[in-house]
Design a binder for this molecule. Structure first.
Ligand code: S3P
Length: 189
C-alpha cells in the first residue's frame, strides 16, 4: 500500500481495536500513526484518568476537541481517536472534513471483555455491562453518521481487520470535503 494522501481516522467504541489497527495500517502504508489520546495526555502532562479526575469529562472533551482540530495542519496520518469523540457535533463535522472515517464496530460484551477492568478507561469504570451497552447504543448512530467505511471487528484479528480496512479504502469513494453515499444515507434518514 502506498502512503496515504489524506488522514484516515479510526473511530469506534472502547475496545474496538482502533489503536492496534491504526498502528498496523500506518506501518503497512508507510504513513505516520497518531494516537489522539496520547497527544491529549502529552499536552496535558497527565494521564487520561488523571485528566478526568482533575477536570471532569467536559475538561477532557475540550482537550479532545482541540487535539482533533490540530490535525488540520498535520501531514496525512492514520489517527486512532478516542471512543467518545463523536459526542460533540462540532467534532463530527471536523472528522468528516479531515479525511476518511473508518468505524470499527464491536459489541458491548466484546468491548467489556477486551478492556478488562476498565481502570485505564474512566468511561467504563463503575459502569455495569448493561450501562456499557446503553452507552454504545447512544453512540452507534453517531459513529454510523460519520463513517465512510464500517468494519465489524467481531472475532477478527488485528491483521484481518487491517486487510479489510485496506480493501475498503481502495474502494472508498469518500474523499475529504466530499459527502459519501453512507453519509448521505444517514443524514437523510
Ligand atoms: C473514551 C475512550 C477512550 C478515551 C477516554 C474516553 C470514551 O479512548 O478517549 O477514556 O468516551 O469512549 P479509547 O476508545 O481508545 O479507549
Amino acid at each position: 500500500m502506498t502512503p496515504l494522501d489524506h488522514h484516515v481516522l479510526l473511530v469506534g467504541f472502547m475496545g474496538s481495536g482502533k489503536s492496534s489497527v491504526a498502528c498496523e495500517l500506518a506501518r503497512r502504508s508507510g504513513t505516520r500513526y497518531i494516537d489522539l489520546d496520547e497527544r491529549i495526555a502529552a499536552a496535558a502532562g497527565s494521564s487520561i484518568p488523571e485528566i478526568f479526575a482533575e477536570e471532569g469529562e467536559s475538561g477532557f472533551r475540550d482537550r479532545e476537541a482541540a487535539a482533533l482540530a490540530g490535525l488540520a495542519t498535520d501531514r496525512p496520518s492514520v489517527v486512532a481517536c478516542g471512543g467518545g469523540i463523536l459526542g460533540r457535533e462540532e467534532n463530527r463535522r471536523m472528522l468528516a472534513s479531515l479525511g476518511t472515517v473508518v468505524y470499527l464496530e464491536v459489541s458491548a460484551e466484546e468491548s467489556v471483555r477486551r478492556c478488562g477492568s476498565g481502570s485505564a478507561r474512566p468511561m467504563l469504570a463503575e459502569r455495569s455491562a448493561k450501562e456499557v451497552a446503553e452507552l454504545l447504543a447512544l453512540r452507534e448512530p453517531m459513529y454510523a453518521q460519520v463513517a465512510d467505511v464500517r468494519i465489524d471487528t467481531t472475532g477478527r484479528s488485528v491483521d484481518a481487520v487491517v486487510d479489510l480496512v485496506e480493501a475498503a479504502l481502495a474502494r472508498a469513494v469518500g474523499q475529504p470535503g466530499h459527502d459519501t453515499p453512507s453519509r448521505d444515507t444517514k443524514e437523510n434518514e
